[in-house]
Ligand binder design. Sequence first.
Ligand code: PLP
Length: 279
Amino acid sequence: MAVKSEQTLTEKTKGSAECYKRACQVIPGGVAANIKYFPPYPLVMEKGHGSKLYDVDGNEYIDYLLCNGALIFGHGCQEVFDAVTKQMRDSGTTIFGTPHRLEPEMAEKLIELFPGIERVRFTNSGSEATLLAIRIAVAYTGKEKLAKFEGHYHGGYDRVLLSVNPDLAEAGDADSPNTVPESKGIPDYYVDQTVVLPFNDFEATEKILRAHADEIAGLIMEPVLGGFIPADESFMLKLRTLTEELNIVLIMDEVKTGFRLSLGGAQNVYGIKPDLTTL
Ligand SMILES: Cc1ncc(COP(=O)(O)O)c(C=O)c1O
């Protein structure tokens, strides 16, 4: 939709404004996730097809967002639709609550595609995957702290909701960032237990990791920050070597990059094997 000004947008999206107002009465902030809000109000969609989205006023949009990358094949991809509906029809249900015959088949496929994966645990969300990976790192090393990079997002819970978009006034020096909670309500324990690192600055990262190596169980990272800023190749390779030396579990969070940067994720592109991968 070509819009000349906010005035035009407001005129064309009266339905969205109304839906948003209604949602605000029953949903905090009127949106199901903060990322979905933008001023003056978020556009409210009715349906999607291929590369297009249609809002409640019938406006058509080219969807460059594609559910933040999840819909790599676009909306309502026929092959995906057919496979999912066939599976549901053939199985006669939508959920088992028991193991299913296809689980090892799916796990074998992932192991074949991703250089660093040897075994698979299925989860319901990216947040759950990173949470479990961090727990494994703590259990394996017997250490408790987590290292993460400034600006990297790994889910919406206390352990990782730190220094994702820190206020510049609180962020500290570029080469030794402070640990800044993203929200009120995050206990000090998690702030104390999290070491924040500067992305793509190996010298500073190495200095911090060496200083805290005895306490850091794992280092979690997005190989491409926010899906936009890739790790430098040499940075990534050196990080792999250093974490191995320091007995720090390297967790590559491929929730955004898995199947997208390549079918075998970013680890396939960089040619490294992380200790744990989240998809
Ligand atoms: C890199 C990364 N890790 C973890 C998550 C959390 O995934 P979920 O929203 O499925 O809990 C996201 C979500 O955007 C993500 O981009």
